[in-house]
Ligand binder design. Structure first.
Ligand code: C5P
Length: 219
C-alpha cells in the first residue's frame, strides 16, 4: 500500500507550501488538487462559459489534460502556472468545485498521483473523499487575518498590489462557499489531526507534520 499524507484546509492556510516541503523531505510525490479546479476554471473562463452550466464545465473537466513539468503547468500548449494563481481564477475555481459532476470527473486524475514511494496531497477533500485510507490526515487552519496577511505578502513579493480588507473578505466568502456546498464540503476528515498555523512558521508546521508521520510509522 503506497502511503499518502493528506493536508486539507481552507484557502491560504499554507497547505501548498507545507505539503510541497513535506513531500520534499520524504522524497514523496506532491499533488496540488486545487490546481485541477483552478485549471478547470481557467479553461472555462477562457471559453467564456457560464460557470453554473454543469454540462459545459463537466466537459471541460473531462477533457482536462494538464502537463506538470519542472514546476510549470502547461494546458493545451499554454504555460498557465502564474495565470491560474490569480484571485479571479481562485474565486471561479470555488464555483466550479461546487458542481458534483465536475468533482467526479477529477477523481481519477487525483487517484493516479498515488505513486511509490508515497504522495503528499493537498486540497479540501483529500482525506475525506479521495484518499480516505491515508495513514496520516492533517487539517491545516489559520485565522482569516493570518491567512489574508500571508496572501498579501505573497502577492506583494510578486509585485501585485492588493488590499488587505478585500483579501480578507474574499477569503471569508470562499471559505463559506467551500464549507456550505452540498458536495464534499470543507471539513476535517474523520481521524484528521488539526493543526492551527496562525502562530507557527512554515518550518514549525512542516516539522509537526513530519513528527506525526514518524509517530504513524512507529505505531
Ligand atoms: O487550494 P486552492 O485555493 O488552489 O483551490 C482553489 C479552489 O478549488 C478552492 O477554493 C476550492 O473551492 C476548490 N478545491 C476543492 N477541492 C480540492 C481542492 C480545491 O473543492 N480538493
Amino acid at each position: 500500500m503506497i502511503p499518502v499524507i493528506t493536508i486539507d484546509g481552507p484557502t491560504a492556510s499554507g497547505k501548498g507550501t507545507v505539503a510541497a516541503r513535506v513531500a520534499e523531505a520524504l522524497g514523496f510525490y506532491y499533488l496540488d488538487s486545487g490546481a485541477l479546479y483552478r485549471l478547470t476554471a481557467y479553461a472555462s473562463l477562457k471559453a467564456e462559459l457560464d460557470l453554473a452550466d454543469e454540462d459545459a464545465i463537466e466537459a471541460v473537466a473531462k477533457a482536462l489534460a494538464p502537463e506538470f513539468k519542472g514546476g510549470r503547468i502547461v494546458l493545451d500548449g499554454e504555460d498557465v502556472t502564474d495565470k491560474i494563481r490569480m484571485e479571479a481564477v481562485g474565486v471561479a475555481a470555488s464555483k466550479v468545485a461546487a458542481l458534483p459532476r465536475v468533482r467526479s470527473q477529477l477523481v481519477q486524475l487525483q487517484k493516479r498521483s498515488r505513486q511509490a514511494p508515497g504522495l503528499v496531497a493537498d486540497g479540501r477533500d483529500m482525506g475525506s473523499v479521495i484518499f480516505p485510507d491515508a495513514p496520516l490526515k492533517v487539517f491545516l487552519t489559520a485565522s482569516a487575518e493570518a491567512r489574508a496577511q500571508r496572501r498579501f505578502n505573497q502577492l506583494k513579493e510578486k509585485g501585485i498590489t492588493a488590499n488587505i480588507t478585500t483579501l480578507t473578505q474574499d477569503l471569508q466568502e470562499r471559505d463559506r462557499r467551500d464549507m456550505e456546498r452540498a458536495v464534499c464540503p470543507l471539513a476535517p476528515a474523520a481521524g484528521a489531526k488539526i493543526l492551527d498555523s496562525s502562530n507557527l512558521t512554515v518550518e514549525e508546521t512542516v516539522a509537526q507534520v513530519l513528527t506525526w508521520y514518524k509517530e504513524c510509522l512507529a505505531a
